[in-house]
Design a protein around this ligand. Sequence first.
Ligand code: NAD
Length: 418
Amino acid sequence: MSMWEETKKFIKQTGEKLGLSQGIIERLIEPEMVYEFTIPLKKDDGSLQVFKAWRSQHNSLRGPYKGGIRFHPEVNEDEVKALSALMTIKCAVVNIPFGGGKGGVRVNPKELSERELELLSRAYSAKIAPFIGQDKDIPAPDVNTNPKIMGWMHEEYEKIKGVKEPSAFTGKPVCKGGSKGRVEATGYGGVVVLEKILNLKSQILKLDGSPTIAIQGFGNVGYHFAKFAAERGFKVVGVSDSKGAVYVEDGLDPEATLKCKNEKGTVAGCYCKGSVCDVRFGKTISGEELLELPVDILVPAALEGVINESNMKRIKAKVIIEMANGPVTKQAHDYLTKKGVLIIPGILANAGGVVVSYFEWIQGRQGWRWGKEEVLTKLADVMKKAAKEAWELAIEGRVSLKEAAYLLGVRRLAENLV
Ligand code: NAD
């Protein structure tokens, strides 16, 4: 089942549980608008290449559409629709006044020069400019897009519109109106949720000493998750990226590992403990082996569908925190939940990014700048509240945490239709 089919199924089942009519359920499932277009790009060698691109505006019942833009060779319409629907639910779970949106370009950005990447980003922004804006649809970064790209897109948007509109994009560089704390927000928010849930669950699940963690994906989300988790006494023993993985039994140093990855181009071979990197500390493993490590907590922070029918029986973690969007398929979720694995859903766990995007949107509109401490403190409050609400619903309704988070989000959405 594709992620879009799975997401639709989750919303449908939740709607039925809440006693919503079929009409309302359909209203909550189908995107309000999906734009599909092409972007012709003149390459450095003079040739022309055409890229397919999308923007899905899923639901605006609670506010303007909000969601990232992904650059990836596997982007497709169904994926963009699914990710936009997850944004709708996510914004409702953390109770911020946005709906859901998502965009993407089917491209491998690693094959583009810096100049080509800038041209593509500006062209994407020009295509969606008529349909977005700070009260309509506010894009942000996602996989393979970053503050620099948001800066280009935002600049292009303002040029076309002929106005200054600071909150039309979020995830911008801080010097161009971005919020302090946005870069680390998703990883930090995930660690806050993890701690809160472990705390609430402490009578049922005891993790001894410093619980061990393995993280798939060492990009923005995975690195910051590792950094904050290590600072709070968790032991990060394994990390992976698209080119390989490392295992350091005594716990690795996330900052030294990032420095090593930046030098080598991959985490494979980065055996960094206590800021020293030495081959004696660890071993190189495959990305698949990383997912199956005997750790307390597994953190998929790369792409969707990575824990599925083919590997679910070999997963040994007691807790899985979905930092990517949709990394655990429905089949794997049901199987692992039945086995007693606690799965903290992405619509709760990875909402930190959109919460700080919301703070950036407020700061842009107010012409005001908040300090990083202020941002992270406010973020932690929002994440802890949402985690507690979802947890209580799960206990009360005797459902999994994922089902409870859907109940929380879908109920808030449906309140706008009665
Ligand atoms: P990123 O591009 O910064 O990093 C992605 C990382 O995943 C890279 O290290 C890449 O090498 C790695 N990766 C790719 N394929 C892999 C594979 N097969 N095995 C192991 N590693 C692999 O992206 P990001 O912003 O960190 O986003 C990661 C995930 O988190 C995505 O699913 C995204 O939708 C989700 N997310 C991101 C944010 C955010 O604020 N950035 C917010 C919410 C959710």
